[in-house]
Design a protein around this ligand. Structure first.
Ligand SMILES: O=P(O)(O)OC[C@H]1O[C@](O)(COP(=O)(O)O)[C@@H](O)[C@@H]1O
Ligand SMILES: [Mg+2]
Ligand SMILES: [Mg+2]
Length: 359
């Protein structure tokens, strides 16, 4: 029986500026499992640092946005997707990891047979932004390798979101940011000029009450009623049932939208919709939704598929997709209420009076 880990532990607090390696060592102490997790996160950070240098070269380093293959649902595999995959998996050879389930590889990539950990990986998030110099990212989750199962077997990765040992993303933007959780709060690091990730502030907290939502509005006609109603209410502004104006943002790099939400709150929505192949949305459960949900929950935020907490889901496929809503807890709970109360009418009427005051 795998130990339950994505539970809230007392937040470990470190001084601003502490290097990642020192923070991980301090957190791990003499605990063998934690030492393995720390070594794996450190290896991912080294791979991401090498990738950051490659991204910073932009077109000088070749056509990183070249489409190599059509991929699923027309979402082509770009040159940088493969470069990122190779750099990060190469870095993980130094860690106690049995296999990696990556967006860029159909089957899990075997590393060290019998090693205690597994890594789920989105090597390059925001691929449609690769050659536009906009922020892109890397997303990862660390899991235990189940006893008696070959780590390279897809079945090894079919675990509950509550089984995550660690999760994080690296954002390659104006500065390179790492957002990390090992289940003791969410820690924001920044890469310094010497290539060292240093803690930027003690612990991240997702602000509430921000009137901002992130969604790809061009899919509006394909959405189900609850999502339409939620977005309609936001864009109706102060004349509408929400009695306040809302702002919209959409970077088309989930990591960048998540980072903004950590800074100033709001909600991100990528629902399932009526387009072919998008019934379960676009984001992958194992290496996109689980990690961002763990980071959000550890910072007081929330994540749902519309009805169930993302971390309460259990993966049934390595590349399975899930509808995804994450961000400020107040906003995520409202989107969930719209889903649980068909047509949202029952929910909206009683709130109307209250809404003006609180949200
Ligand atoms: O192009 P769309 O439909 O707006 O979707 C954008 C979303 O898809 C993603 O790019 C999916 O991730 P990948 O780039 O890793 O495939 C998210 O980062 C982003 O939020
Ligand atoms: Mg992605
Ligand atoms: Mg990707």
């Amino acid at each position: 029986m795998l130990e339950k880990t994505a539970e809230t532990r007392p937040a470990a607090t470190f001084a601003k500026g502490i290097p990642l390696a020192a923070a991980l060592d301090d957190w791990a102490g003499a605990d063998a499992r934690r030492q393995d997790v720390a070594a794996t996160v450190a290896a991912l950070a080294r791979g991401a640092t090498a990738l950051a240098r490659r991204i910073a070269e932009g077109p000088l380093g070749g056509d990183l946005g070249a489409t190599l293959s059509a991929g699923e649902a027309g979402e082509g595999q770009k040159a940088l997707d493969v470069i990122a995959d190779e750099l990060l998996i190469a870095a993980l050879h130094a860690a106690p990891v049995a296999a990696v389930a990556s967006e860029e590889d159909e089957l899990p990539v075997p590393l060290k047979a019998g090693a205690p950990l597994l890594v789920a990986l989105d090597p390059l998030d925001g691929s449609s932004n690769i050659d536009t110099c906009l922020s892109v990212g890397t997303i990862f989750a660390v899991l235990a390798c189940p006893a008696g199962i070959d780590g390279a077997a897809p079945a090894a990765f079919l675990q509950s979101g509550r089984s995550l040992l660690a999760a994080g993303y690296v954002m390659y933007g104006p500065h390179v940011a790492l957002m990390l959780t090992v289940g003791a709060g969410t820690w924001p690091f920044v890469l310094d000029a010497d290539g060292v990730f240093r803690l930027a502030e003690p612990a991240a907290r997702v602000p509430q009450g921000t009137a901002e939502f992130a969604v790809n509005m061009s899919n509006y006609r394909h959405w189900d009623a609850p999502v339409r109603l939620y977005v309609d209410d936001c864009i109706s502004g102060r004349e509408g049932p929400r009695e306040r104006d809302f702002n919209m943002r959409w970077v088309a790099s989930m990591v960048a939208d998540a980072h903004r939400i950590f800074r100033r709150g709001g909600v991100y929505l990528y629902p399932g919709d009526a387009r072919k192949g998008y019934g379960q949305g676009r984001l992958r459960l194992l290496y996109e939704a689980f990690p961002v949900a763990f980071l959000m929950e550890q910072a007081g935020g929330a994540a749902t598929d519309g009805r169930t907490d993302i971390l309460d889901l259990t993966a049934t496929g390595v590349h399975q997709r899930t509808p995804l809503v994450f961000g400020s807890r107040d906003k995520v709970e409202r989107v969930r209420r719209y889903h649980l109360a068909p047509a949202g009418e029952a929910d909206r009427a009683p709130l109307f009076a209250r809404r003006g005051l609180f949200i």
